[in-house]
Design a protein around this ligand. Structure first.
Ligand SMILES: [Zn+2]
Length: 329
């Protein structure tokens, strides 16, 4: 899979949508990942031999969280206070200066993955996506505090685990239950997607990070698991770290669960850009460890900066030719 995510391309009319698809195809991508694809996007993509995945998230509005408190994640009171405080912070300056790359807690409300109502809601979102698209791309499936949900249902579940597994520490039980929650949900949603549409493409972007086990994503049930090897925000990771991340994820890959695909994040704001030669280096690493597969985000950056688009296109083309010559394609 050579996929590109789009968040920011103009999609005001039919011409915009056709142009978006043709642009992605011309660069060398075979899969387009975006929110709410229209029948016209689907038709344009299929004509060019591309697949389209619709983005599915567990995000809910504050109103939903108020109306259905049993279905949403809860944090500790102190973590709610952190979220409240952080909502006034200059996000990008903070991440760059603190070398955190992400907030200590996620500000938006998220469904609790153990709630039956939330699971119904997620299945309905998958159904809505697959009614139009070839596949789904899960994004945002994690915990607001990056390690656990403290709703009464999850708390009770852990209390029962503690009784059954007397002697194990509470931090082990917390981490184990949270990881199982993420992994089990991926199995449920994968089965649901394939049950409704056998040839559905099921992929994701691993986000937000899971602190108890940053490498948990090799356990998720997906066709392709896209994991970040180069992040959007500053300070940018060194190329050595980019290679390290790709190596680590490839080493942990379990093809019975999913195929690892390296994810390169690059937004279009000038202060977030990396140079074309730097992007060329990341592409080489990504295509090597992704065995020719790669995920790039976002398409608008390539639209806005032709010199970056060119190195991405050149890397995809050169890799294809090399693989044909080696008899791998
Ligand atoms: Zn919960």
């Amino acid at each position: 899979m050579r996929a590109v995510w789009d968040w920011h391309m103009p999609r005001q009319n039919a011409e915009d949508e056709r142009r978006l698809v043709e642009f992605a195809r011309a660069i060398g991508f075979d899969t387009l990942i975006l929110s709410s694809p229209t029948p016209l996007v689907m038709e344009s993509a299929h004509r060019l031999g591309m697949r389209v995945c619709a983005i599915v998230t567990p995000n809910v509005t504050a109103e939903y969280a108020r109306n259905y408190p049993d279905a949403v994640q809860q944090m500790l009171p102190a973590e709610d206070a952190i979220a409240e405080t952080l909502s006034g912070l200059d996000w990008e300056d903070y991440t760059a200066h603190a070398h955190r790359w992400f907030y200590p807690v996620q500000l938006s409300h998220l469904l609790c993955f153990e709630s039956p109502q939330a699971q119904d809601e997620l299945r309905a979102r998958v159904n809505a996506a697959l009614a139009v698209a070839d596949g789904v791309a899960f994004d945002g499936f994690g915990f607001r505090n990056h390690y656990a949900c403290y709703c009464p249902r999850c708390q009770t579940f852990r209390e029962e685990m503690a009784v059954q597994q007397a002697g194990r520490s509470s931090d082990h039980l917390l981490a184990e239950m949270s990881e199982a929650s993420l992994v089990n949900l991926s199995h449920r949603l994968y089965a649901h997607a394939k049950g409704g549409k056998a040839d559905a493409l099921v992929t994701n972007h691993v986000w937000p990070p899971f602190r108890p086990n940053p490498d948990y994503a090799c356990r998720l049930r997906l066709d392709y698991c896209s994991q970040t090897i180069s992040w959007f925000y500053r300070p940018h990771w060194s190329l050595e770290r980019v290679r390290f991340e790709a190596q680590q994820m490839k080493r942990l890959e379990n093809p019975a669960r999913n195929r690892f695909v390296p994810f390169i994040g690059l937004f279009d704001q000038p202060h977030l850009l990396r140079t074309p030669s730097r992007i060329a280096g990341e592409m080489t690493i990504g295509l090597e460890y992704g065995a020719g597969g790669l995920v790039f985000c976002s398409l608008y950056t390539l639209w806005r900066y032709p010199e970056i688009r060119q190195v991405v296109q050149d890397a995809l083309t050169a890799d294809t030719i090399a693989r044909i010559e080696k008899g791998e394609v």
